[in-house]
Design a binder for this molecule. Structure first.
Ligand code: XMP
Length: 185
């Protein structure tokens, strides 16, 4: 696995520190711990981030999962995202915090934000672990951002290429020849 990584961008120690600080920022935004928060998590890249984040959040919460197609198979080129699976919990009147692994063009977050607002929540905010600066094609901003990163295809800590590397503990840049070889990048 390590042979496929060009370089490590963010170490597991840096991630752990930042996730804890992010949780504090989030907790400060929702000062009443009993009011309740629904974390809507975009599968599958966010699962490790979610698992770590929630253990630093002393807030009454529910977790909902949504599946969005954007990168499928051995590709690093996103397509127009589609909602594949809907949330099965009621968010009407609830504070919603959307959790995603990475904000790139912004299309995925925009789609899920629109979907959430249509369900009548009290508020919708967004939290991403990574933000690729300057890539947004639509006016979408995350309220909470872990790290600003360069425009490179990254894997690890839940992020994948063709469903691999999610268990790589750091965030690393994938060697471009890996996806170029497959004729998809
Ligand atoms: P958009 O362009 O809609 O992209 O903001 C968000 C989704 O695209 C995936 N994505 C990546 N996945 N490494 C990955 O493993 C990357 O560098 C990368 N860039 C975008 C991701 O699923 C995210 O939710």
């Amino acid at each position: 696995m390590l042979n496929d990584i060009d370089r490590i961008l963010i170490t597991r120690e840096q991630i752990a520190q930042r996730v804890q600080a992010l949780a504090q920022e989030i907790a400060g935004t929702y000062p009443d711990p009993n009011r309740g928060l629904t974390l809507v998590t975009i599968l599958s890249g966010s699962i490790i981030f979610l698992a770590d984040l929630i253990r630093y959040l002393p807030i009454r919460m529910k977790i909902g999962l949504v599946a969005v197609s954007s990168y499928q198979g051995a590709t690093t080129v996103g397509s127009e995202p589609k909602l594949l699976d809907q949330l099965h919990i009621n968010v009407a009147g609830e504070h919603v915090l959307i959790i995603d692994d990475i904000l790139d063009t912004g299309r995925t977050l925009r789609l899920v934000q629109q979907q959430m607002w249509s369900l009548g929540p009290a508020s919708v905010r967004t939290c991403v672990l990574l933000h690729k600066s300057g890539k947004a094609v639509c006016d979408v901003k995350a309220d909470f951002v872990g790290f600003e990163i360069e425009d490179a295809f990254v894997v690890g800590y839940g992020l994948d290429f063709d469903d691999h590397y999610r268990n790589f503990p750091h965030i690393g840049v994938l060697k471009p020849e890996l996806y170029e070889r497959q004729g998809s990048g």
